[in-house]
Design a protein around this ligand. Structure first.
Ligand code: BTN
Length: 255
């Protein structure tokens, strides 16, 4: 039914009309021992999860709500690289299919004209410094009209359809994403993040951009310097100190 053109990804595929969250479904499947590359897709999520315990609006048939089970042979510190890899894959697939140029907002958002079209949620289960499994959640606003986007979010959320003025096939887009993800993932496992970094830089932050960075502890103004070979973000504060970040919230400009 899904006509996947992959070697291993999605060969175990579960499709639901409605779930609370595809993340939760994959966590359960992982605990039942389902294999690396298991994919769960839903037409609708009634409790879609975003980062930082936010909600993720997932209306029926309007987007891609999908989670992938990975059992990667990586160390826990490398798991965030999977988020960057995924963002790169999504940006490439979207750019290939339209005139849209997506922008990766480190680490896990995809923006078009400064509004969010897609978010990635990477959840890892680790024990004794070993990854048991990773649940990689992909949410893409695909066919929402402006009216489908809650009014309070319209200044910061958009969809592929709104930005490209074309209707997108959800199924075809999923096929392309899974194919491209599998390729990129295999290269990454073989050769490391250096495979992903140049593509990431094509769609990611441009060096010299002025941003505000917030972590759990503090918030400060900085200038972006680049990303490290391991996917960490480098940012220079106003005193000239360069800090290496593995997770933070980034906002443009000051304030
Ligand atoms: C974010 O930007 O905060 C991440 C959003 C991730 C949303 C996706 S939709 C599929 C998967 N299931 C969920 O409940 N969340 C992720």
């Amino acid at each position: 039914q899904w006509g996947l053109n992959t070697d291993w990804l999605g060969h175990n595929l579960h499709h639901y009309a409605e779930v609370a969250s595809t993340q939760e479904v994959v966590h359960q499947l992982a605990k039942q021992g389902k294999p690396h590359g298991t994919v769960v897709i839903a037409d609708q999520q009634v409790q879609g999860k975003g980062r930082m315990s936010r909600n993720w609006d997932s209306p029926k048939g309007k987007g891609i709500w999908m989670s992938i089970l990975l059992r990667p042979e990586l160390l826990p510190y490398q798991a965030p690289q999977l988020t960057l890899l995924t963002a790169t894959v999504l940006a490439e697939v979207i750019a290939d299919q339209s005139s849209i140029t997506p922008y990766i907002k480190w680490p896990n958002d995809l923006l078009v004209h400064h509004k969010k079209v897609s978010g990635i949620l990477t959840e890892m289960q680790a024990e004794q410094d070993q990854i048991q499994y990773v649940v990689l959640g992909i949410g893409i606003n695909v066919n929402q009209d402006t009216a489908d986007i809650p009014e309070g979010l319209q200044h910061k959320a958009t969809s592929l359809r709104i930005e490209s003025q074309q209707e997108w096939s959800i199924q075809q887009t999923i096929q392309r994403i899974l194919r491209q993800f599998e390729r990129t993932y295999d290269q990454f496992i073989q050769n490391g993040f250096s495979e992903v970094k140049p593509k990431w830089e094509e769609y990611g932050y441009k060096i010299g951009e002025k941003v505000t960075i917030s972590t759990m502890k503090k918030s400060w103004q900085a200038t972006l310097v680049g990303i490290e070979p391991d996917g960490a973000l480098l940012a220079r504060d106003e005193m000239g100190n360069v800090e290496k970040l593995y997770s933070a919230e980034i906002h443009w400009g000051e304030g």
